[in-house]
Structure formats: structure tokens, C-alpha cells
Write a protein that binds this ligand. Structure first.
Ligand SMILES: Cc1cc2nc3c(=O)[nH]c(=O)nc-3n(C[C@H](O)[C@H](O)[C@H](O)COP(=O)(O)OP(=O)(O)OC[C@H]3O[C@@H](n4cnc5c(N)ncnc54)[C@H](O)[C@@H]3O)c2cc1C
Ligand code: SF4
Length: 570
């Protein structure tokens, strides 16, 4: 073999995974476990579990600005600082706005977290399965058709849940199927009271304690990962040194590394996928080194694209060839279209009388969820689609008293007691409908610091979304009223799309190659050795937090890809 041949062989793997976040971590784990030499390419820096969580154990007074962001930082990062999880102790896990400019044709808050582990370090860890209704109802209501149904994914939800560790209660609800649960977190006294009142007033509405990726009782599989019991500190966004919550860094990536099959390459910005016209397949990827800006190529028989929804769209749109002049696999002008998100705009709150002799102690990394009750068995509301609601009840306590200025015995005494009545606040997580107009595309005239085209976001709300907000606010106010809540107020916070951080679509799955890009195995109809298993693949958005579904789809697709490769069909 000549020098060139040797270099190519050294850069050749069985599989390449683009991105090391929630879905990329799963692709790496599954492919490595099945014996494939797997290269994970990650544009961000290395973040090692535990050692690279510099703020995890700091007190507010240990931080230079007592955990507040400086005015200078806020001015430089108007988009990122809208995210509630960004503070002085977490800012090293967020990507500064200037690192990747984009064009907001319509306002879109694009929250990014470029590092090994991606947003798995920052997510709020709420994990609900989709039900049969989210897979079936889009076809019933005529706005999309999934190529798979709930039973196709159910075993893969179980597979993922056992490894991740999900705290939850077996509630027995058809609208939110149970999973493989660890012991659940508990509602406080007021949340339980509201649960009972809502259930009594509405037979089809069942508030439940949130299901989340926290180890309330680690099992042997979690201990084998080196993870331990969640301590309920709720400082998770800084990285958890106990491995109490699931992240790529604490779970999937080290697991994949243990197989000896993983090569993880941080600081590797994937530019595009290489398509070979003769073979009719993708053969590898072009990568820009984030430090030196040099371009390299890597090769593999199987490619998984897991760069998170919008970057996956960007990479694929940038992967042009004679065969695919508009982007990889795009024969019908669909790539980048049908982008959706979750509608969080409606908010309702009020005060709860009584329970003044009670308080809650400690922190809990979840809240109460009310699974969707709209348009379940038939189209009944004046909007199409579904929404999930969530609520939490709390009481201003010593912490808020202590934040008030003061000194002396009276102030200290006040700081030790709960202050004021109980409050409840309820929010929505609504499904937006996939629409051709909601799209992203490339602006090749304006390049980012790595020389990649910038992304144009043209994604907005429509009348259906506005009717959904109104419906939620009416229903939530009525529910709280029936539950005895006082001083009920509601508002639309008018947030931009994107701030939900649940962006999905653009490379959607479907049965028909003329209306979708991926088949029921997340495999391109027109380029069968490339798989997309992050949010970009979603045909519709559902109303549940999406990442558990991304993980289950990824594990399922990896299993299929390896079986197909062994048959010689990839
Ligand atoms: C504050 C917050 C709260 C959230 N709460 C929840 C929740 O409760 N439940 C839930 O289900 N979801 C939640 N999410 C969303 C969740 O984090 C995402 O759905 C999930 O991380 C998506 O997984 P992913 O693998 O697609 O992307 P990511 O985890 O973002 O990983 C993508 C990776 O790809 C890398 N990458 C991007 N471009 C390139 C490139 N060109 N080359 C190489 N690498 C690249 C990125 O650096 C990143 O590491 C939350 C997110 C945030 C920020
Ligand atoms: S709440 Fe649990 S997962 Fe979060 S930081 Fe604390 S121990 Fe870790």
C-alpha cells in the first residue's frame, strides 16, 4: 500500500457519528457494543465527566459575581442569555452567540452547547414516552404520516430507559405509557391536593409526578457505568459529579470507550458528507479542525448524523454533489423544511389558601405533568394537535426572605420561616404542526468563523398555535378554579420559537420518498448508508419532551444499520 493508501486506511472506520450529544452518544454506544470501530466527531472541546465540571461544588459566594451574569456578557450574548439555565456557574457549557452567527429571517432563539456531551449536560432531564396517539393522530387529522407506530418503538424505549435510569411512577395511562422506572419523586402537599381536585373534576385529566433521567435508586447497570444515587441538589446544569442524571459524558460515551472500539475526536467541525457518484453512497465526511482550521477527511461505511436538529440540517444542506445539488438525499426540495418546535407561550398561575402549617424541604429535579387531554380520541378543540401541561406549587421560603435586604434579629428570624401563601404556576408544552413554510436554508454569502455557510431560520407561529395558547389558558384557568385556586391570572409570554430548545424536523421520516427524506429506519430513501436520528428526523413534534424518543430511535436505527451492514446491503 502506498503512503496515500495507508493514510486513507488510517482514517477509515466502520462507522462515523457526527455529534456527541444525547443522540450521538447513543449511536456511539450501540455501534461500539455491536463491534463497529466507531469515530465520533464533535465540533466542541473535550469535557470529561467529573474533572471538567469546575463549578459543580461551588457555593454562590465562591463565584466572582455570586452566580449572576455580567452586563458585558449579557450584551454580547442576547440570544443565549434568554435560556433560563444560563448563569455564571453554567456559562462555560453554552456556546457564545458570536461563535456561530445565523440569520433570523423570522425571530428564532437558537440555544447551542458545543462540547463533548452537547446539550446532554444542560438538559432538564424530563423524559416521557410518546403514546400511540402521537404516532397515529397526525394521519387521522391529515397533517403528516409517521412510517412507524408506538409498538415499533416500545421495546427501544425500554432498552434506553433501563440504561439511562428514569425515575417515575407507573400511572397506567394510555396517553402517556409507563416505562422501566426507578422510584418516583414525590409531589408536595399542595401539588397532591391539586392533583386530587383536578382528577375529581375531570375524569380524563391525570396529573402525575414528572418522569426524569435521575437515579433515585441506582441499579447494577448504573453502578457499572460508575454513576451513583442522585442527591437532589438540583445543581445539575453544572454537570453532576455523582452521575446522578444521565448525560453522554457520564453514561454512553464512557460505556462506548470501554469496548475499545471508540475514537472520539473533539474540536472537529463537520463541514459536509462526501458522496461517491459511482458507488451511489456516502463514503465519509469532511472535517475542519477547530484549532488549526485544516481540512481532513474520514471514511466509513455507515454514517450517523446527530449534530442536533438545525446543525444536522446545515451539514446535509452543505453536502452537495452532482447527484444531490440541493443537499444530501434531497430529490424533492424537502430538506430543511417542516421544521417544528414546542409552544410554551401560555402561562397560568394563582394562590392556594390553607396549608400554612406546611412547607417543602430539599430540592426536586422535576415537577408535576398533566398529560395531553385535547383531541385525543377525536378532533374536538378549535386547534389541531395536542399539548401537555405542567405545574409546580411552592411557597416563598427562607431563601427569598434572606434575599431581601436587612439585618438584626428580626431579619434572621424571618429568614428561618416560610413567608406568605402557596403559589401554583402552570405552563404548556404544545405541539406545533409541521409546515413546508417553516424552514431553514443556507446563506452562502455569509460564512461562519469556520468557513461554513450561515443558517437562515424562517420558522414562526401560525393561527393554529395562537388558538392552542388560548385553549390552554382557558382550560388551565378553569381547572385551577375548580381546584379552588384564587387570584388566577394568565399571560402569553410571547417567546420566540427556539427557546423551547426542542427544535425538530427538516429531514423528516415518512413512507413516501416524494414527501419525506428518511424511511422508517431513519435511513435516507436516496442514500441508504446515512442515518439521521436526532430531532431533525421527526415527522411531527408530539407534546412530550423529545429526547427520550431521539434516544430510542437512535438505538433502533443503529441495530438495523448493523444488521443491514452484515447482510452486505449498505
Ligand atoms: C436548558 C435545556 C433544557 C432542556 N430540557 C429538556 C428536557 O427536560 N427533556 C428533553 O427531552 N429535552 C430537553 N432539552 C433538549 C435536549 O437537550 C435536546 O433535545 C437534546 O440534547 C438533543 O440531542 P442531540 O443529540 O440531537 O443534540 P445535542 O445534545 O445538542 O448534541 C449535538 C452535538 O453535535 C455537535 N455538533 C453540532 N454541529 C456539529 C458539526 N458540524 N460537527 C461536529 N459536531 C457538531 C454539538 O457540538 C453537540 O455536542 C433541553 C435543552 C436545554 C438546553
Ligand atoms: S440533583 Fe442529582 S443529578 Fe442533579 S446535580 Fe444533584 S445529585 Fe446530581
Amino acid at each position: 500500500m502506498n503512503v496515500l493508501g495507508k493514510a486513507k486506511a488510517a482514517a477509515t472506520y466502520d462507522a462515523i457519528v457526527i455529534g456527541s450529544g444525547i443522540s450521538g452518544g447513543w449511536a456511539a454506544k450501540e455501534l461500539c457494543e455491536k463491534g463497529l470501530r466507531t469515530l465520533v466527531l464533535e465540533r466542541g472541546r473535550q469535557v470529561r465527566h467529573v474533572t471538567d465540571y469546575p463549578t459543580a461544588l461551588l457555593n454562590p459566594w465562591d463565584l466572582p459575581h455570586r452566580n449572576r451574569l455580567s452586563a458585558e456578557y449579557k450584551a454580547a450574548n442576547p440570544v443565549a442569555t434568554k435560556c433560563y439555565a444560563l448563569d455564571e456557574a453554567t456559562k462555560h457549557f453554552f456556546t457564545p452567540d458570536a461563535d456561530q452567527p445565523y440569520v433570523q429571517e423570522k425571530p428564532f432563539d437558537w440555544i447551542r452547547a458545543y462540547q463533548v456531551g452537547g446539550k446532554s449536560l444542560l438538559w432538564a432531564r424530563q423524559t416521557q414516552r410518546w403514546s400511540r396517539f402521537e404516532f397515529e393522530n397526525p394521519a387521522r387529522d391529515g397533517y403528516a404520516d409517521w412510517p412507524i407506530r408506538y409498538p415499533d418503538l416500545a421495546p427501544w424505549y425500554s432498552h434506553v430507559e433501563k440504561f439511562v435510569g428514569i425515575a417515575g411512577n407507573k400511572d397506567g395511562l394510555e396517553v402517556l405509557p409507563d416505562g422501566e422506572f426507578l422510584p418516583p419523586w414525590e409531589m408536595n402537599c399542595v401539588e397532591k391536593h391539586l392533583q386530587q381536585r383536578i382528577k375529581a373534576a375531570y375524569p380524563d385529566r391525570h396529573p402525575i409526578i414528572g418522569r426524569c433521567a435521575h437515579l433515585t435508586k441506582p441499579q447494577p447497570i448504573h453502578l457499572k457505568q460508575g454513576r451513583g444515587q442522585c442527591q437532589a441538589r438540583h445543581l445539575c446544569y453544572r454537570g453532576c459529579p455523582f452521575g446522578g442524571y444521565f448525560s453522554s459524558n457520564s453514561a454512553t460515551l464512557p460505556w462506548a470507550a470501554k469496548t475499545g472500539k471508540l475514537t472520539l475526536r473533539p474540536d472537529s467541525v463537520v463541514h459536509s458528507i462526501i458522496y461517491d457518484e459511482q458507488k451511489g453512497k456516502a463514503t465519509g465526511v469532511r472535517v475542519i479542525d477547530a484549532q488549526t482550521k485544516e481540512t481532513t477527511e474520514y471514511y466509513a461505511r455507515i454514517i450517523f448524523v446527530n449534530a442536533a436538529c438545525l446543525n444536522t440540517n446545515l451539514i446535509l444542506l452543505n453536502s452537495t454533489s452532482r447527484r444531490f445539488p440541493n443537499g444530501l438525499g434531497d430529490d424533492y426540495g424537502l430538506l430543511g423544511h417542516y421544521v417544528g418546535f414546542h409552544n410554551y407561550r401560555g402561562n397560568v398561575g394563582g394562590t392556594v389558601e390553607g396549608f400554612e402549617d406546611q412547607y417543602f424541604y430539599g430540592r426536586r429535579p422535576t415537577q408535576v405533568f398533566l398529560p395531553n387531554f385535547r383531541n385525543v380520541h377525536r378532533q374536538e378543540a378549535d386547534f389541531v394537535g395536542s399539548y401537555m401541561s405542567y405545574y409546580g406549587a411552592s411557597r416563598p421560603g427562607w431563601a427569598s426572605a434572606a434575599r431581601k435586604e436587612g439585618f438584626g434579629a428580626e431579619w434572621k428570624e424571618a429568614a428561618t420561616r416560610p413567608a406568605g401563601p402557596w403559589h401554583v404556576s402552570m405552563g404548556m408544552q404544545g405541539e406545533t404542526l409541521p409546515k413546508y413554510e417553516n424552514h431553514v436554508r443556507l446563506n452562502r454569502d455569509q460564512l461562519d468563523p469556520f468557513g461554513l455557510p450561515t443558517l437562515v431560520t424562517s420558522v414562526g407561529y401560525d393561527d393554529n398555535d395562537l388558538r392552542q395558547i388560548k385553549d390552554f389558558m382557558t382550560q388551565a384557568a378553569e381547572m385551577l378554579d375548580k381546584a379552588g385556586v384564587k387570584n388566577i391570572h394568565s399571560y402569553d409570554d410571547n417567546r420566540n420559537p427556539g427557546l423551547d430548545i426542542h427544535e425538530m424536523g427538516g429531514v423528516r421520516m415518512g413512507k413516501d420518498p416524494k414527501t419525506s427524506l428518511l424511511n422508517g429506519w431513519n435511513q435516507f430513501h436516496a442514500c441508504n448508508n446515512v442515518f439521521v436520528t436526532d430531532g431533525a428526523c421527526m415527522t411531527t413534534m408530539g407534546n412530550q419532551n423529545p429526547s427520550l424518543t431521539f434516544m430510542a430511535l437512535t438505538a433502533r436505527a443503529a441495530d438495523y444499520a448493523v444488521r443491514e451492514a452484515r447482510k452486505g446491503s449498505l
